[in-house]
Design a protein around this ligand. Structure first.
Ligand SMILES: Cc1cc2nc3c(=O)[nH]c(=O)nc-3n(C[C@H](O)[C@H](O)[C@H](O)COP(=O)(O)O)c2cc1C
Length: 173
């Protein structure tokens, strides 16, 4: 299997972390890869807060689903203002390119972590107001997603449950 196919098959959402810490070095490698993600007009409208500090991590986990308490680190993804071309483009085309960019960079972070053997889960279900208060972020900023990272004692990758190809694709030949 080619390495990309293998990577996307290996990636799955981990909800059973074992509490082992994730190193700052690995987090740096993950973000260095995600930095190369594409974004509308190359606006790169993101800022990451990487948390390994036990106390902050525990407090943040308190604003998330319980399983996150055993994550070894978290990357909080904050949407920043994009550049002028992306912002104007969004208005003209009635799209939210910055929010799309955040989803793409989340996928890159997740895959980069997987490539290092670090289990992870993209988290959209968290208390945004409490997260911003904890991290002393201005109220008007948006925290779009959090990536929980860590290790698991699970050994098997679960079968992927996905819609069938003919439900999601229309070929015009
Ligand atoms: C934008 C987004 C938000 C998500 N939020 C959560 C979440 O809050 N909690 C959770 O357990 N999983 C969350 N997930 C993981 C999805 O549930 C998961 O990707 C999906 O069920 C497919 O399973 P798999 O990742 O194991 O292949 C989220 C995924 C994405 C892309």
């Amino acid at each position: 299997m080619n390495p990309f196919d293998q990577l996307i098959r290996d990636r799955e959402s981990c909800r059973k972390f074992n509490g082992k810490a994730v190193s700052k070095e690995d987090i740096t490698t993950i973000i260095t890869a995600a930095r190369l993600a594409p974004s509308a007009c190359n606006g790169q409208p993101w800022h990451f807060i990487a948390i390994t500090d036990e106390e902050t991590k525990a407090k943040l986990a308190g604003h998330m689903q319980a399983f996150n308490a055993k994550a070894g680190a978290m990357i909080v993804m904050i949407e920043e203002k994009s550049n002028i071309t992306s912002t104007i483009g969004s208005k003209i085309k009635h799209q939210d390119y910055a929010q799309m960019d955040m989803g793409i960079v989340a996928a890159y972070l997740s895959l980069a972590a997987t490539s290092l053997g670090i289990s992870n889960c993209i988290i959209g279900w968290f208390d945004e107001a409490k997260t911003k208060a904890l991290l002393q972020l201005p109220k008007k900023k948006r925290v779009r997603l959090i990536l929980s990272l860590g290790y698991t004692d699970e050994t098997n990758v679960r079968p992927k449950i996905r819609k069938k190809m003919d439900e999601i694709v229309t070929f015009i030949e």
